[in-house]
Write a protein that binds this ligand. Structure first.
Ligand code: CAA
Length: 258
């Protein structure tokens, strides 16, 4: 597939996708989201890839869904055609970890897209927010659902109802992002994290991602039971044998993703 709105690169076992509509601060239109979905699917299917990084540029991760594209949609346009967010669920189907490396604006759909990733590493100039209310609309790609889970009901209400932006320090303090780094170190930090993950046993990585995500969908006792089954499942992998043997032999493991 020829991409016009994203740049796709492979660095060793890490797949990197850069959102690339700089003139529109990476505003997310249907075409971009189709391309992103396709690129993520290909990385997910590629045995040679162990982790994916999603980023924008220094000024914007993404400033939201494309307002120009959706301004004149009718209810029936969005309901029947499922424009705007029809293809956003692709991200949820990716089984390998996806790290969002966020610099600059992550607003509206941009913040929602970052939250769909497995964790966010932020540059110190990152700004997060759900300003849709200023446009007479509301978050439509999970913002009202993922934000309270990430940062508490109080902060989610504050951000969605006042449209204010949250800086990187507040975002880290609130639990939205896992690390904040100087802007010039963002990509190194994200790629290092991705390389570390990609060096682990891929089936185990996928099981851990699945298990943590389960925590958001189920009760604690169901989740703990689910985790236990996956934990038991790791004993069926060659990599568990290799990992424990390597520890006992005081050497680094050599995982074969089996
Ligand atoms: N959609 C379309 N174009 C956008 C855009 C968006 N979400 N955000 C920025 N742009 C465009 C601007 O129109 C401008 O284009 P022109 O140069 O052609 O005029 C260009 O990007 C640069 O933007 P600004 O001149 O506004 O840059 P700034 O530095 O002065 O301000 C900003 C930056 C505060 C992020 C401002 O651009 C802004 O407020 N953007 C909109 C943010 C927003 O409301 N996002 C929510 C969208 S709705 C949504 O996402 C729904 C959902 O949940 C799925």
């Amino acid at each position: 597939m020829q991409y016009e709105n994203i740049l796709v690169e492979t660095h060793g076992r890490v797949g990197l996708v850069r959102l690339n509509r700089p003139k529109a601060l990476n505003a997310l239109n249907d075409q971009l989201m189709d391309e992103l979905g396709a690129a993520l699917r290909l990385f997910d299917q590629d045995e040679a890839i162990g982790c994916i990084v999603l980023t924008g540029n220094e000024k914007a991760f993404a400033a939201g869904a494309d307002i120009g594209a959706m301004a004149n949609y009718s209810y029936m346009d969005v309901f029947k055609g499922e424009y705007i967010t029809r293809n956003w669920e692709h991200l949820r189907r990716v089984r390998k970890p996806v790290i969002a490396a966020v610099a600059g604006y992550a607003l509206g759909g941009g913040c929602e897209l970052a939250m769909m990733c497995d964790f966010i590493i932020a540059a110190d100039n990152a700004k997060f927010g759900q300003p849709e209310i200023k446009l007479g609309t509301m978050p439509g790609a999970g913002g009202t659902q993922r934000l309270p889970r990430a940062v508490s009901k109080a902060k989610a209400m504050d951000l969605c109802l006042t449209a204010r932006m949250m800086d990187a320090v507040e975002a880290e303090r609130s639990g939205l992002v896992s690390r904040v780094v100087p802007a010039e170190k963002l990509m190194d930090e994200a790629m290092n994290a991705a390389n570390t993950i990609a060096s682990m046993s891929l089936p185990t990585v996928m099981m851990i991602k699945e298990s943590i995500n389960r925590a958001y969908e189920t009760t604690l006792s169901e989740g703990v039971q689910y985790e236990r089954r996956l934990f038991h499942g790791t004993f069926a992998t060659e990599d568990q044998k290799e990992g424990m043997k390597a520890f006992l032999e005081k050497r680094l493991p050599s995982f074969r993703n089996l």
